[in-house]
Design a protein around this ligand. Structure first.
Ligand SMILES: [Fe+2]
Length: 143
């Protein structure tokens, strides 16, 4: 992927991911939610998110650490930050594992809604943190 545009691509993906999960929340909020439709959207969302996380883990973060050390910056904070971001990713992946069939969604739609809200919250934290901290660092270094 093109180096300087990497953070811009990732920012764009964040927007798309938020749009997708908000749509799932709206579907789940209906009086009689369609679990099949929710599961389908959830699987598309999962694939997009995993693709995004893969770019961050295998391309963005290693390259950022390299750029930071090359410019003589302290990378301890960034490494600590990456560790926290990995923790967030594991929580989101656990959610997908909890709701991997329509029965699990239908059995307790209220729990699904509550857990989905939690996932949206922690995902938003990760997105905001990345955009405010590491993407900003990346764009500053690219100038
Ligand atoms: Fe991200």
């Amino acid at each position: 992927m093109e180096q300087t545009n990497l953070s811009l691509t990732l920012r764009e993906q964040h927007k798309n991911l938020v749009g997708m999960i908000v749509k799932i929340k709206e579907q789940a909020a209906q009086d009689t939610p369609n679990a099949e439709e929710i599961l389908k959207e959830l699987e598309i969302f999962k694939e997009s998110l995993l693709g995004h996380l893969n770019i961050e883990t295998s391309e963005f973060y290693p390259q950022l650490l390299e750029k930071l050390s090359q410019s003589g910056k302290d990378i301890d904070k960034t490494k600590e930050f990456i560790g926290k971001m990995e923790g967030i990713a594991s929580q989101v992946i656990a959610f997908f594992e909890t709701y991997n069939n329509t029965q699990k969604i239908n059995d307790n739609i209220d729990h699904f809604r509550t857990n989905l809200d939690k996932i949206i919250d922690i995902l938003s934290i990760r997105i905001e943190a990345e955009e405010d901290f590491v993407f900003t660092d990346w764009e500053y270094l690219a100038m």
